[in-house]
Design a protein around this ligand. Structure first.
Ligand SMILES: Cc1cc2nc3c(=O)[nH]c(=O)nc-3n(C[C@H](O)[C@H](O)[C@H](O)COP(=O)(O)O)c2cc1C
Length: 206
């Protein structure tokens, strides 16, 4: 049984870098968090392009899929939602959460969140976190940013969203892709006061 009071929502949108969501899920489930996960419709195409893997649409199969990708069989609680189910619990402010993290976050989702458009469950759940004054963290992935991207990101930052771009650091001397990814994921989870990833934090010059 999880000892964390409320679930955390993970939104996965169709930007490149699904490994960010997979690594976050691994550490959060291992730390016994309750996760409500919603992957946007475009995520299916990105899984296909990045990994040549078909992500199942049916929720029970999707839960097993994400657990297999994260390599976590039992711990934590994972509840997946169809992208179109705007009637899910996480679509309502009365459903209590620890907040939400969108990783990776596409520029399309950034734009929709910036104008309060809730055309799918991911966008609705994020909009709800904002209206309830809860924490919303996004990990945008695009390069280069256009002026429109930057304006939308600014609007979100002004609304209190923590913007943690998928930009790794090098001072912790990463040796693997996972080292690079985990650093970004850990810094994003820092914004939610969640510390469950054993990264090498800067301790000053040694
Ligand atoms: C393989 C692949 C990689 C993509 N990478 C990015 C990306 O890194 N950033 C981005 O903003 N959009 C990216 N896109 C485009 C988005 O998937 C597209 O704009 C989509 O409409 C986003 O929808 P969503 O935000 O609802 O997930 C990518 C698409 C594909 C197929």
């Amino acid at each position: 049984m999880s000892n964390h009071t409320y679930p955390l929502i993970i939104g996965v949108s169709g930007a490149s870098g699904l490994i960010y969501a997979v690594r976050a899920l691994k550490f959060l489930l291992e730390a016994d968090y309750q996760i409500e996960l919603v992957a946007s419709r475009s995520t299916h195409m990105v899984w296909q392009s990045e990994q040549n893997i078909r992500m199942p649409a049916e929720t029970a199969a999707q839960e097993q899929f994400w657990r297999d990708q994260a390599g976590v069989s039992n711990s934590g609680q994972l509840h997946c939602h169809p992208w179109s189910d705007v009637g899910a619990g996480i679509a309502s402010g009365s459903f209590r959460t620890l907040g939400m993290i969108v990783m990776p976050c596409s520029m399309s989702t950034v734009a929709k969140l910036a104008v309060g458009l809730s055309s799918d469950l991911l966008e609705r759940a994020a909009d709800v976190q904002l209206k309830e004054g809860r924490k919303l963290v996004i990990v945008p992935r695009e390069t280069p940013f256009s002026l429109i991207h930057l304006r939308n990101l600014t609007a979100l930052a002004e609304a209190g969203v923590r913007v943690v771009p998928a930009i790794p650091a090098w001072y912790h001397q990463p040796q693997t892709i996972e080292d690079l990814v985990d650093f970004v994921v850990a810094r994003a989870l820092d914004q939610l006061d969640i510390d469950c990833i054993p990264i090498q934090r800067w301790q000053g010059h040694r």
